[in-house]
Design a protein around this ligand. Sequence first.
Ligand SMILES: Nc1nc2c(c(=O)[nH]1)N[C@@H](CN(C=O)c1ccc(C(=O)N[C@@H](CCC(=O)O)C(=O)O)cc1)CN2
Ligand SMILES: [Mg+2]
Length: 311
Amino acid sequence: MSEPQARPKAQIIAGKVIAPQTIDKVKAARETLEAETGVKPGLAVVIVGEDPASQVYVRNKGLKAEECGFHSETHRLPEATSEAELLALITRLNADPKIHGILAQLPLPKHISEKAVIAAIDPDKDVDGLSPINVGRLVSGLADEALVSCTPAGCLVMAKSVTPDLSGLNAVVVGRSNIVGKPVAHLLLAENCTVTIAHSRTRDLPSVCRSADILVAAVGRAKMIKGDWVKPGATVIDVGINRIPAPEKGEGKTRLVGDVDFDEAAEVAGAITPVPGGVGLMTIAMLMANTVIAASRKAGRPEIGAGILKG
Ligand SMILES: Nc1nc2c(c(=O)[nH]1)N[C@@H](CN(C=O)c1ccc(C(=O)N[C@@H](CCC(=O)O)C(=O)O)cc1)CN2
Ligand SMILES: [Mg+2]
């Protein structure tokens, strides 16, 4: 009898491959929408203050919107902007027919309520999918009306790139944040997965994780999920972005790692997203998708935007 073959290492679900595929679909849908209705999707990004990382994300969102052929506006407001001034801008953008998507880059300065700002955005223009109305639509299964937040939506695209039909699979989501854990759990439920949301009080977390065909890690704790927590052949989606010391790169240097111990998990999983270069790269692609989805609904042609997330 021949020796059994060593199991190959996990397939890498690469954001640098899947995000451009999503952007290609966005561009095609934008072209169809404009050719058939004359509507050009418009995205308004609002940033308050000088946070350097936020500046980079906002610049990348504007550049990507231009690359997709959108009308793109970036509103840069000083740190001292009052909540009332920001709300007045949101009101103007809500009423502007050129604008189909509005987002306020987070975090906002401490003197401004993020909750109040997000709630002020017209839910049909809330391309971050963070408003209570859009969360409610998602939970109620109103997929045709909801705008789904970008990181959870990106997780789903990545999981479906490996297993297009998730129906009946066991999904475990580690983390119960409003921004990732809860929405990703509802997206998986809508795909007919059997979903468990695990969190800091979950008993025997390793064995709960080992029950997962789809394991989503969104806790914000570096390398918490070990290789022997992963079911052989499972798909692992790592949402964590944690900066840790990297003395091997030199004194004071750091590197990014996920919530999953990648080297261990990749020996066991069937497929896994890396950090960096995984889910993070999908966030801006899904924002572009949501902008076309919002514009095509407004133009009375929802199927054009909906096509981006099919097949
Ligand atoms: N209004 C919003 N604010 C914020 C969001 C958001 O979705 N909407 N998310 C983050 C910031 N963000 C986009 O805004 C974002 C974060 C990370 C990445 C990304 O590509 N990460 C890379 C690693 C990048 C690195 O090397 O530092 C990766 O994971 O590979 C994109 C967008 C908070 N604010
Ligand atoms: Mg605040």
